[in-house]
Ligand binder design. Sequence first.
Ligand code: FAD
Ligand code: MG
Length: 353
Amino acid sequence: MNTTRREFLKLGLTLGAGAALQPLLGCEAKAALHSRREYLFGTEVELAVESASPREGEMALSEVVERFTGMNRDWHAWKPGALSRLNARLAAGEMAEVDTELASLIDGARALSARSGGLFNPALGELIALWDFQSDTQTRRAPPEAAQIAALCAHAPRMDALHIEATADGARIHSASPHVRLDFGGYAKGVALDRALDQFAGRGLGNAVVNLGGNLAVSGRRQGRPWRIGVRHPQGEGVIAALEVEGRAAVVTSGTYERYREWNGERYPHIIDPRTGYPARHIASATVLHPEGGLADAAATALVVAGPQDWPRIARAFGIREALVVDETGAVQLTPAMARRAQVQEGVPVRVV
Ligand code: FAD
Ligand code: MG
């Protein structure tokens, strides 16, 4: 595999957290490929869709951007919006009403949390905030006191503390524990990928790509050829593997290398192990390929928590056939189906598990 990060960038694309799109914007797209860039969800957003009609293509892009803007506001864990209002009510032990979109986000997350045995746990907002990961900036401070971490961990907030009762226009929610604080940083972007591709498909636009800071989803083909997606090397420059994908698929990467807190030369990455309250750090990145972006996002986060020995068990629990994990030594482990698809960079140790 000789594709380098520079070659990806030459094509005018920003590399996100986990993956890069080689062929998308610009180049030979002619009039048929319409694209948009935004900054939402705290990351670069790139959209591209093929349409014979420029007007239709532009309208489809505007619709998705508008929907993403609403999600970004309503699902934000630490800025004012529907989710922070919900969190305040749950903390006060009160019943809250949410709209259909937020209700379905919570419901989906609860089911996936159960599948992961609680390793994917979006109820952990108090701990995530304690570690300073509900912030626009990377902090350089000593880690929280062990006693504070232990105290929040002892409350063991879990998604199954939530009682959700459907209503005509959403749901009523309350929590058996006042320590459930919802944070969908590990899930909402995956759901947004699904919603965007559904929206394009609803207009009959079946060839599209959505990239949310390296979490991406494609549908169809790219001008008659498969999409080619690069998985970024978590410990260096360039890509560690390339994947060819056609049809509908999300390729989502979670990693410990990009968002972390640093103190005295030590890094504390942003994915928290709910069993200990401390950051998970033995997997550098986990990439999941699956038709559903929401599932892929939750699962990729859970695989990082599970660690280099246990991740295959969690992948099975999610029904994932294609996953690629880079451990802290830089070695690649992959599932047999992913081994058939991925072109891993030469010289990287590889083990099929
Ligand atoms: P993932 O592995 O998918 O998610 C990790 C994130 O999930 C953590 O950062 C934490 O939030 C949460 N988490 C940690 N441990 C667990 C666990 N065990 N189970 C479940 N979840 C866990 N960032 C900004 O800097 N500024 C913004 O304005 C901003 N706005 C956002 C708005 C929305 C609606 C969302 C969803 C995110 C926003 N972000 C923002 C967050 C930013 O995009 C994060 O970097 C991102 O969500 C982490 O995603 P990831 O794909 O890198 O990692
Ligand atoms: Mg995730």
